[in-house]
Design a protein. Structure first.
Lengths: 599, 314
């Protein structure tokens, strides 16, 4: 698939990983603070962090921090409720739509291929005077996903499901990306054939085939409604960023790139119009330019700031926080497979040894996954993983084809299997690794493990920018064997029914090319067929067995070495109450918390 | 200067006067009397011995520089362990012995520091003498070249070059040499410019000596003193350059320990695991301080104007 993946890895993992622990994790139990006490309104919620959003335009914003912001100033047809229960928090609920379409309420028809949404009439833009959010705004939001100026990283999710989306986007790509008038004219003059608006408050979407995860795709902030005013600007351009409008409880009142973002209550928003969000705090103040996660953590603990914007809780600070049972620290699961080891199946090095399944199966035994976990803060945050799908996601069936005691690795088995595969003298592999965060430590840990198996590893340290562009995402560099193995990570775009955002993204060999996330070009006709069956299954229950089979096939082929799935530690200041985990932003939902006036 | 003169100076003892001795011989005597310089030399000699004997130290301690003591060298949460009988100066974030890694780190620092300084000095002297002696278009060209090199942003260039070529020990040396030679070159050019007008050069020229002979026999020996000072002061700069590159992940590839990448690794842990940052940090401080103090002392010793302050200090 496409650049979506890159942004996501660079975003979630890149951004957080860069500074210590990668975001992401999964499985297990969720523990949010239960909603307690009477809400207090007012006050300024202070967030502190290092950098800016990747994009401010909902069509292309892909970082977790952008999701934090979008929760406050954008709305989608469907979205997710705030809840301390992970299942509830990751189950789609109506937002701009009055109800979730289903086969029983007539919202899903035509053999699961037509979705009909009725819009609530009381949602409004903060224009002067306030104006209702209409079906046209929803359609415009979908059209903008493939605007040529700043196209969405999640584009293929929509192209692969909605009828006519690809044709619309192919034409849109040819429009002058610097000319807002030309883009507006294209959007007004062309339609996505599968999206129609019978009236001002009804949107009908036709799919090319059933897709049980379609509501998850619509809940991604890419599909936020967009007001007609957005046609005046180059998408995500500097002018656009100063003129965002809001249909959510907060509006961006000040945006200074790389320095600060301030949101205030949106007067056009009413509580009755929004089943998911609230307007407890008066102001949300985001200050950037902080140097380190430790500086931010100190401020949160001192109470001079409330939440971290983009920096993780420092790994080194965790043991003390856990030991003192600090009530302001919570640890949440996430749908991640991070990091993992990818094999370059195209590499000509070692006479193409990595294309040999027996070699890869031998290496599956080599890695000490417990040691990798320690790099990321130990077993309370990291669970060893032996398959693609982490616990709690569709198709998860626990299995371990290459078991080792305590997940500590088994160099002897690796060595003998490698000898049996025809490499008694081992191999020499090039490991391309990013030179920041935990990445160098991971590469050195793997290097020590592989050495135990008789495999020499040469580490090539590269910058985050070069990592994808010059190595993993470059088919020519991959074919030339500039790298043999690497340790990237992956976090799914949504939870639960997310095979499309996990197995299909990472292992569909038919989509190999520049910007793929299937870095090493694993291509199995069996897995590809299973992906097709899963994606077109009408329900999650029917899709899950196909994902499970694909998972097993991928591990049988030893296409990669999964290391672990992670949990995310999140800290808030003592005065933050009703802190609800927002799994997509990997932070607390700013539209549901309030500030205690006493502490 | 000749070897015999130096030998005489060495054997000479402290109460000898400087009369009749060459500049360098007198400088050596003054240096010998400078207690700070001698302490610096002792520290540097000790560091060289430690660097050379690194494998023996590793053997005595019982850990190799890349050995990961995963079960006992890390807490269950993956934090480094404090100094103990098992790891005398504690462990790093992969459970490796900090003492052994620091000792091995000295090898990289000294190697890069000395090699890069040597190369930079050779290039600087050659370019400086050529520019200063030849004047005219050659001088203008070489001088502008040095200006350009001196105005290069070091980090940007290093990051760009390493991104193209890939990190490593030799590329570190190349980058550091590239950024160091021009400073020496400028000083040498100035010195040559004034030397070439001196009477003894005129005299040599009038006796029919060629340019090559004048440069080698008349000018170069007179450049030894300033170049010696500059070179001594360049070593610590080169060592810090190397540490900077390693710190940014642009230096020697892991798992080879360098003080720069050790400090870089330690940053996430500075608030809880002090030894992790402190040990390589102190090592880096010690070596740069020793070289700088020695450089200052050498300058005092060879500079006639500084001679008075040295003697007054005694």
């Amino acid at each position: 698939m496409t650049s979506r993946a890159i942004t996501r890895t660079a975003g979630v993992c890149g951004l957080l990983l860069l500074l210590a622990a990668c975001g992401g994790s999964s499985g297990g139990t969720s523990t949010g603070a239960p909603p307690t006490g009477t809400p207090t309104n007012g006050g300024t919620l202070k967030l502190l962090g290092s950098g800016d959003v990747d994009h401010l335009d909902p069509a292309s914003a892909y970082y977790t921090v952008s999701y934090t912001l979008e929760r406050a100033f954008t709305r989608q047809l469907v979205s997710y409720p705030a809840s301390s229960d992970l299942t509830t928090a990751t189950t789609v609920a109506p937002d701009l739509a009055t109800s979730l379409p289903s086969t029983t309420n007539g919202g899903i028809t035509n053999g699961d291929k037509t979705y009909t949404f009725h819009l609530r009439t009381d949602a409004q833009w903060n224009t002067t005077p306030p104006r209702a959010v209409t079906a046209e705004d929803v359609v415009r939001g979908l059209q903008r996903i493939c605007n040529p100026a700043s196209p969405s990283g999640g584009l293929t999710y929509y192209e692969d499901t909605i009828t006519g989306f690809t044709q619309f986007c192919d034409g849109f790509a040819k429009v002058n990306a610097a000319d807002p008038a030309a883009m507006a004219s294209y959007m007004n003059g062309h339609q996505i054939s599968g999206v129609t608006t019978p009236d001002r408050s009804t949107v009908v979407i036709n799919l090319t085939q059933p897709a049980s995860d379609f509501l998850n795709i619509l809940a991604l902030p890419f599909a936020s409604a967009a007001p007609v005013e957005y046609l005046k600007y180059v998408p995500d351009g500097a002018t656009f960023r100063q003129h965002t409008l809001s249909d959510g409880p907060y509006a961006i009142t000040s945006y200074q790139p790389g320095r600060s973002i301030v949101l205030n209550r949106n007067p056009a928003w009413t509580q009755a119009s929004d089943p998911l969000r609230h307007q407890h705090v008066a102001t949300i103040d985001i200050t950037q330019g902080q140097g380190s996660d430790q500086a931010v953590q100190q401020q949160l603990q001192a109470g001079t700031a409330d939440l971290s914007w983009d920096l993780p809780v420092p790994t080194a600070a965790l043991p003390a926080l856990k030991a003192s049972n600090n009530p302001n620290l919570q640890i949440f699961p996430s749908a991640s497979n991070n990091p993992y080891l990818v094999f370059n199946l195209l590499s000509p090095n070692n006479k193409g040894a990595l294309a040999n399944v027996k070699v890869r199966q031998a290496l599956e035994y080599a890695v000490d996954k417990t040691a990798i976990g320690k790099i990321y803060g130990g077993p309370s945050l990291n669970t060893p993983l032996d398959q693609v799908i982490p616990p709690g996601q569709a198709g998860y069936q626990q299995f371990d084809l290459y078991p080792t005691a305590g997940h500590n690795g088994d160099p002897a088995t690796c060595k003998s299997m490698l000898a049996a595969a025809g490499y008694p003298n081992g191999l020499t592999l090039t490991d391309v690794a990013r030179n920041s965060g935990n990445h160098p430590a991971v590469a050195q840990s793997v290097q020590a493990d592989f050495a135990g198996c008789g495999v020499k590893t040469k580490i090539v340290s590269v910058s985050q920018g070069d990592y994808y562009g010059k190595y993993l995402n470059s088919p020519s560099a991959t074919k030339a064997g500039t790298w043999d193995i690497s340790e990237p990570g992956w976090v799914a775009d949504w939870y639960g029914n997310n095979g499309r955002s996990f197995i299909a993204v990472l292992f569909d060999g038919r989509k190999y090319g520049p910007n793929t996330v299937n870095y090493g070009d694993y291509n199995s006709s069996k897995v590809n067929a299973l992906i097709d069956q899963a994606e077109s299954a009408p329900t999650e229950a029917q899709a899950a067995p196909f994902w499970a089979q694909a998972d097993k096939q991928i591990m049988t082929d030893a296409a990669f070495i999964p290391f672990q799935t992670q949990k995310v530690p999140v800290f808030h200041s003592a005065r933050v109450k009703n802190a609800m985990w927002s799994p997509f932003a990997q932070s607390y939902d700013v539209t549901n918390l309030w500030l205690s006036p006493t502490t | 200067m000749s070897v015999t003169v130096l030998d005489a100076a060495l054997g000479g003892g402290e109460d000898e006067t400087f009369a009749g001795r060459s500049t360098l011989a007198s400088a050596w005597i003054r240096l010998r009397r400078d207690r700070v310089a001698m302490i610096s030399v002792a520290v540097l000699v000790a560091l060289v011995v430690i660097a050379v004997a690194a494998p023996l130290i590793a053997q005595a301690v019982g850990w190799t520089p890349t050995q990961q003591d995963r079960t006992h060298g890390l807490t269950p949460d993956g934090l480094p362990m404090a100094p103990s009988a098992r790891h005398l100066l504690g462990t790093d974030n992969l459970g490796r012995d900090i003492l052994v890694r620091t000792v091995y780190g000295a090898r990289v620092s000294l190697l890069v520091g000395v090699v890069a300084t040597g190369l930079a000095t050779i290039i600087g002297v050659v370019v400086g003498v050529l520019a200063g002696y030849s004047s005219g278009a050659v001088d203008t060209g070489l001088s502008r070249l040095m200006d350009v090199v001196l105005s290069f942003p070091f980090l940007l260039f290093a990051i760009a070059l390493v991104s193209i070529v890939g990190p490593g020990l030799s590329i570190s040396v190349v980058v550091i040499t590239f950024f160091s030679w021009a400073g020496i070159g400028r000083v040498v050019r100035g010195q040559t410019l004034s030397l070439r007008e001196k009477e003894f050069v005129e005299a040599a020229r009038s006796t029919g000596a060629g340019s090559a002979r004048i440069i080698v026999v008349e000018i170069l020996p007179n450049l030894i003193s300033p170049v010696l000072v500059l070179a001594t002061l360049l070593v610590p700069t080169a060592i810090v350059f190397e540490a900077t590159l390693s710190f940014l992940g642009l230096g020697v590839a892991p798992p080879t320990p360098t003080w720069g990448n050790m400090i870089s690794d330690s940053l996430p842990y500075y608030s809880v695991d002090w030894w992790f940052t402190l040990v390589p940090g102190v090592a880096l401080l010690l070596i740069t301080l020793a070289f700088n103090l020695l450089g200052d002392a050498v300058r005092d010793a060879v500079d006639p104007a500084a001679q008075r302050t040295v003697t007054e200090r005694r």
